[in-house]
Design a protein around this ligand. Structure first.
Ligand code: NI
Length: 169
């Protein structure tokens, strides 16, 4: 396991469509372990492979499945080739940051609830129902795989001192 460097804007890989994951062997397992290590080393709750300079459709998210419960434990979600297959018409605004866009936050409107389908780290199908902040993190990470950053969607941008508490996703 190792911590990898998180690439920052204007690194071109952040603006590219990432490639579909087809390999779930040793290299993929190492990449996932490194992404989890890297996420633990950073003040973030999600990471997409292009952020560690790998153009593949892998995302890692660490957040409680239900954050309305007190002392809810964070869960690690690893998804290859994630797709949003259901999306609620209800939206919610929230303040996002990104490890690849340092010192900037933005208010972004996202769907309140989504269903994400994709493959797990062994290549098996999985389906995740996410609500609230977890749904926001998934939408942010899936955007990364399509070269989209929160700054493209933000209605307002903020400097760190204007934001009370920010988790970078
Ligand atoms: Ni990000």
């Amino acid at each position: 396991m190792a911590i990898r460097e998180v690439v920052k804007l204007p690194e071109p890989i952040l603006r590219k469509q990432a490639h579909k994951v087809t390999d779930f062997g040793k290299d993929a397992q190492k990449l996932i372990n490194d992404m989890i290590d890297t996420l633990h080393d950073e003040p973030g709750v999600g990471l997409a492979a292009p952020q560690v300079n790998v153009s593949l459709r892998w995302i890692v998210v660490e957040y409680p499945l239900d954050d309305s419960k007190e002392n809810a434990k964070p869960k690690i979600f690893v998804v290859a080739n994630p797709e949003i297959t259901q999306i609620s018409p209800e939206t919610v605004k929230g303040i996002e940051g990104c490890l690849s866009v340092p010192n900037l936050f933005g208010e972004v409107e996202r769907a309140l609830e989504i269903t994400v389908t994709g493959l797990n780290r062994q290549g098996k199908k999985q389906k995740i129902h996410a609500k609230g902040w977890l749904a926001r993190i998934f939408q942010h990470e899936i955007d990364h795989l399509n070269g989209v950053l929160f700054v493209d969607r933000a209605e307002k941008l903020y400097q760190p001192e204007e934001v009370e508490e920010g988790s970078s996703v």
